[in-house]
Design a protein around this ligand. Sequence first.
Ligand SMILES: NC(=O)c1ccc[n+]([C@@H]2O[C@H](COP(=O)([O-])OP(=O)(O)OC[C@H]3O[C@@H](n4cnc5c(N)ncnc54)[C@H](O)[C@@H]3O)[C@@H](O)[C@H]2O)c1
Length: 321
Amino acid sequence: MKSLEGKNVFVTGGAGFIGSNLVEALVEKGAHVTVYDNLSSGKIEFIDKFRKRKDFAFVKADLLDVEKLNAAMHGKGIDLVMHLAANPDISLGTKVTDLDFKQGAVATYNVLEAARKSDVKEFAFSSSSAVYGIATVKPTPENYGPLAPISLYGASKLASEGYVTAFSHLFGISYCIYRFANVVGKNSTHGVIFDFVRKLSANPKELLVLGDGNQRKAYIEVGDCADAMLSIYERSNERENLFNLTTRDQMQVSDIANEVVNRFAKNAKIKYTGTKQGWPGDVPDTFLDGKKMESMGVKLKFKTSRDAVMNLIDIVAKTRK
Ligand SMILES: NC(=O)c1ccc[n+]([C@@H]2O[C@H](COP(=O)([O-])OP(=O)(O)OC[C@H]3O[C@@H](n4cnc5c(N)ncnc54)[C@H](O)[C@@H]3O)[C@@H](O)[C@H]2O)c1
């Protein structure tokens, strides 16, 4: 088993939702962490508690600023790059069509090229179930194909995966690609539950849900997601690794809407826009196969999508008291 203790780990997007939880797990394992983040959607308070540590560094900079990126990595003896930074707003991609290309494909190329120049030998990439598009096999395993994303976000994730595998082949960098289900939990700042709570704060009488409510998605709790990323890294001896990170089931959007209304605005009427997709590019039915992840000994604390979602609803309820 590989150890993370004393390893120099460079985390892009480490001040974000998943990144900050991952940094916490890395620090617990004794890794020396450098976070590289432009704070566009991340928050400094998520990583504040680490900033006094000698084994932690924060660089506030953009991945499109190649000079700063190279300087942050070069000569620092980085062992492992974990690349999480990306545009978090999938639906925005329909309005700003080069957003995911720049923040996804180009940014990933920049991180890989900086890693190559700095002689980094290990790379981890946070991909998404969005690469599968409308999959016809459910639950969808990692070897499903052809991969046909239906959003520009999904396209950028698939392009990025391609850069990761090519850099690996050409320059001997080993990799872990993780395809996440919908991630929920501590430090979450976006996603369906936040949208619902925000809407109910503005109007406690009505909740307008995008879609017909029948969209079904797989969720995973963020602490489980971070632990799974690290335990797969530690246990794998392969050079090329591709894993879905997911619970074994799904939760329906109408169910989430009911739970949120129940907790935050009992008298609100739930209305649906009625379309099959929540927004153009939304995959209405995501259901990932987690058997490969489980075969690596990963055991989730929040075993079902409902457990993970209800945990976030509890967290949001506590912060609003
Ligand atoms: N949250 C989910 O449900 C989910 C699901 C599948 C995949 N993912 C992937 O996981 C990763 C993390 O997502 P998240 O939910 O934590 O999002 P997030 O927005 O909270 O985190 C992204 C972080 O990257 C930073 N960032 C963005 N663009 C940057 C740039 N150009 N230069 C430097 N920093 C930049 C942001 O400030 C933020 O801290 C992303 O790659 C995302 O696509 C997330």
